[in-house]
Ligand binder design. Structure first.
Ligand SMILES: Nc1nc2c(c(=O)[nH]1)N[C@H]1C(S)=C(S)[C@@H](COP(=O)(O)OP(=O)(O)OC[C@H]3O[C@@H](n4cnc5c(=O)[nH]c(N)nc54)[C@H](O)[C@@H]3O)O[C@H]1N2
Ligand SMILES: Nc1nc2c(c(=O)[nH]1)N[C@H]1C(S)=C(S)[C@@H](COP(=O)(O)OP(=O)(O)OC[C@H]3O[C@@H](n4cnc5c(=O)[nH]c(N)nc54)[C@H](O)[C@@H]3O)O[C@H]1N2
Ligand code: SF4
Ligand SMILES: [Mo]
Length: 708
């Protein structure tokens, strides 16, 4: 039998211990304190909460509006408190014993009838390192399935694969946040820091005050673009061409760093041959940007003594996202702007543990520490840590959206979802909804009733950021320990406890016995030892004493590396690699679907909105979804401000309210991703994936619009 859970015990740290935590949302992982105070309203005393930023090296004591209100969803009356099982079509409460027995029984049945690959596991980048690591082990050891992937596929895969190919290593920022003010020119491409990592803006403002030029590449004049010296208002989907044009100007004006290219890179001759065919004016026309502005931006970057390029989902969520990033990296390498203070490349990580979540085995082809599931030595090493035969580990599976296709085809029959809301966040959401309906058995572990949980056969209540201790790795590659500060509500369990209990019920308990999160972390340290993302030298004790530790950190005596690639890159020969490949660019709009639909985020909501839509202070600021469109576009389609409109693509349609704004391109519509159901923008996004990394082309779809 599996263990019956006891009430939580939770450790305190710091001087005002009961309050110390970390914001559950974005990749900055601001340290905050959430303190229960009581207040008196109309003579009635009731609990209220006081939230403050806590000083630390990354967020420097800042917190944004989401972090300040995150406790509202965590303390919401809709928090799931008991397991729920579907009986006669309804989700009704059941005991944990029933829930675990049901999962184990159904999984065993499916596996016996159709083989273990009929089981799928789908994880997320909000999970702690401990849970993400254990989920990978759970899929391979407890279930024996090859099919595991996670929502970070939609987030980090293009930049991650570009980092691996170019540098031999993928870590969000190759520099420290503290290096940003030392840069004299900063290119922010497809990243809206002001709304998506708001507490980082002061770093860029400090750089500007010290004389840096800020160049923003975005189809919209975002709050980030408003802070720029130069805003290149690009046509969506054409970043690769823009990166080429910038490099062409740098080359024409003799601003490349020959010594750096000679001593530290490979592939420059091929790049030269490729660049000979690039024409700045042709590229500019394709991007819809004035050639003069491209030249000005290129000169600013090429002539600056130090400089950085940061990209995020605007560049990356494209079917040529991997190569678009690599062409920006060509620019970084050709100008020698990496491996020293004030220089480098940054893929601005998204989710709270977007970085750590991608390092320890949630990905279809990956084992802990960035090891490869297809490499014999890697398999043997991890199998030895896990105490299993290397031959028992399955091979690689498929990417997140491809898993949904396999569900649709009936290949995957049971799905276990932990920390994601795939019905809203996958592209081509209508197909995904159809697929999930066809499953024999769907289990969702969540703290709230998400759109996906609503479809499940079994819903498992989990602890939130305030209740679940664990480590998360922020966008800099800095590992941080988040202590638990409140007891679990009702019967909610930690994610990792759930995995251990199911494993126990499946007869694999001996591989999954841990006293606490720290014990899992200690196994993770060992499993990652000698890998690229080496966490071996990081311990809970050190994390409590120090302000977070950068990986790679191979020994407990060493500090981690903040600034990467000072003397060499991570490829075996120590060199970085240029690319001269051209991506499968998007086909573009057509007569039937004449507008470009792009999408993304607003300040007040987070991802599919399951959490932030339940926070009264946040929901009050943006209640429903909308489309941003240019006044001329609105006029052309006879749309007034605030009207309901229908947006249709070849793949599906959704309905939102119009918001007329001059700050967007005339050929482009922008819709946030934070709402589900009929307002879900992903009902109209397309299924095509980047062949290099399987990132969907979220940011470009051909659509038409009409008023309702
Ligand atoms: N408030 C808030 N913050 C968040 C999140 C959230 O949901 N809400 N999510 C977190 C997560 S998981 C992530 S991944 C990050 C995402 O952070 P970002 O990538 O910065 O966010 P997005 O809004 O998706 O896209 C950024 C910008 O890309 C632009 N864009 C669209 N198409 C193109 C294009 O073709 N080229 C270029 N150059 N730009 C384009 C959009 O106009 C948008 O302003 O944010 C994290 N932080
Ligand atoms: N059109 C379009 N689609 C996109 C994007 C886009 O820019 N445009 N962005 C993509 C990106 S970058 C991302 S990251 C994905 C995100 O897409 P999703 O993975 O769907 O993201 P969330 O909305 O954060 O869903 C997380 C769910 O997990 C729950 N949860 C939170 N913390 C925990 C935890 O610790 N344990 C468990 N078990 N559950 C938890 C939350 O309540 C929520 O229901 O969306 C992608 N989809
Ligand atoms: S959402 Fe991001 S920037 Fe805002 S408080 Fe949370 S971690 Fe910090
Ligand atoms: Mo993301």
């Amino acid at each position: 039998m599996w263990r019956v859970k006891q009430r939580q015990t939770f450790a305190y740290a710091g001087t005002r211990p009961e309050a110390a935590t970390q914001c559950p949302f974005c990749s900055v992982q601001c340290k905050i304190s959430v303190e229960e105070v009581s207040e008196s309203i109309a003579g009635q005393r009731r609990a209220a909460f006081s939230v403050e930023g806590v000083p630390n090296a990354a967020s420097q004591g800042r917190a944004c509006v989401k972090g300040m209100n995150a406790h509202q969803h965590a303390l919401h009356s809709e928090r799931l408190q008991h397991p729920l099982i579907r009986r006669d079509g309804e989700l009704v409460p059941c005991t944990w014993d029933e829930a675990i027995a049901e999962i184990a029984g159904r999984f065993q049945e499916t596996s016996a009838l159709h083989g273990p690959d009929a089981l799928g596991v789908y994880g997320g980048g909000s999970l702690t390192n401990e849970t993400a690591y254990l989920l990978g082990k759970f899929a391979r050891v407890a279930l024996g399935t090859r099919y595991i992937d996670y929502n970070g596929r939609f987030c980090m895969s293009a930049a991650a694969s570009a980092g691996v190919k170019t540098f031999g290593m993928d870590r969000g920022l190759t520099f420290r946040l503290a290096d940003i003010p030392l840069a004299k020119c900063i290119i922010l491409a497809g990243t809206n820091i002001a709304e998506c990592q708001p507490t980082l803006m002061p770093y860029f403002n400090e750089a500007k005050e010290a004389g840096a030029q800020l160049i923003v590449i975005d189809p919209r004049r975002t709050a980030t673009a408003a802070a720029a010296d130069l805003h290149l208002q690009i046509r969506p989907g054409t970043d690769l061409s823009l990166a080429n044009a910038l490099l062409k100007v740098v080359m024409e004006e003799g601003l490349i760093d020959e010594a750096f290219i000679r001593s530290r890179t490979n592939g420059y001759d091929d790049l030269l041959a490729y660049m000979a065919k690039v024409d700045v004016d042709v590229a500019a026309a394709r991007c819809g940007v004035e050639p003069g502005m491209i030249r000005e931006a290129a000169r600013a970057f090429g002539m600056a003594e130090t400089g950085m390029v940061l990209t995020a989902r605007g560049v990356e969520q494209q079917t040529d996202g991997h190569l678009a990033v690599r062409h920006f990296l060509n620019l970084v390498l050709a100008t020698g702007k990496i491996g020293r203070e004030g220089c480098g490349y940054g893929a601005v990580t998204g989710q709270g543990n977007g970085q750590g979540g991608r390092e320890h085995g949630q990905k279809a082809d990956q084992l802990p520490g960035y090891r490869s599931i297809e490499n014999e030595a890697d398999r043997a090493y991890v199998a030895s840590v896990w105490g299993v035969e290397p031959s028992s580990l399955p091979g690689k599976g498929v990417s997140a959206y491809e898993m949904m296709e396999l569900v649709h085809q009936g290949v995957i029959k049971s799905l276990f979802v932990m920390g994601s809301n795939p019905i809203v966040s996958n592209p081509n959401a209508e197909l995904v909804a159809e697929a999930l309906k066809q499953l024999d058995f769907l289990v969702v572990a969540d703290m709230l009733m998400s759109e996906t949980a609503r479809m499940a056969d079994l819903v498992l209540p989990v602890t939130s950021y305030m209740e679940n201790k664990g480590t998360l790795t922020n966008l800099e590659g800095r590992v941080l320990l988040r202590e638990a500060s409140r007891p679990a509500p009702g019967e909610a369990w930690h994610d990792w406890d759930i995995l251990c209990s199911i494993a126990e019920a499946l007869g694999k308990g001996r591989y999954f016995r841990y006293k606490d999160a720290e014990a899992i972390f200690n196994e993770l340290r060992l499993a990652s030892k000698g890998g690229i993302a080496d966490y071996y030298g990081i311990t809970y004790d050190r994390l409590r004493r120090e302000e977070g530790i950068y990986w790679p950190c191979p020994s407990t005596e060493e500090e981690g590396s903040g600034l990467l690639f000072r003397d060499k890159f991570a490829h075996p020969d120590g060199k970085a690699v240029f690319t001269a490949d051209q991506g499968p660019a998007w086909a573009g709009v057509n007569e039937a679907y004449p507008l470009i639909l792009t999408n993304g985020r607003v300040l007040y909501h987070y991802l599919t909105g399951v959490q932030t839509r339940r926070s009264p202070s946040l929901a009050a600021r943006e209640l429903e979804n909308f489309v941003e469109l240019h006044p001329y576009t609105a006029e052309r389609y006879h749309i007034q401000d605030g009207e309901w409109v229908l947006i249709q693509s070849e793949f599906g349609s959704f309905k939102v309210r119009s918001r007329i704004k001059e700050h967007i391109r005339e050929d482009t519509l922008f819709v946030p991703m934070h709402w589900g159901g009929i307002q879900n923008v992903n009902r109209a996004t397309r299924p095509e994936l980047d062949p290099n990394c399987k990132m969907p082309g979220f940011k470009t779809a051909a659509v038409r619009i009409r008023r309702l």
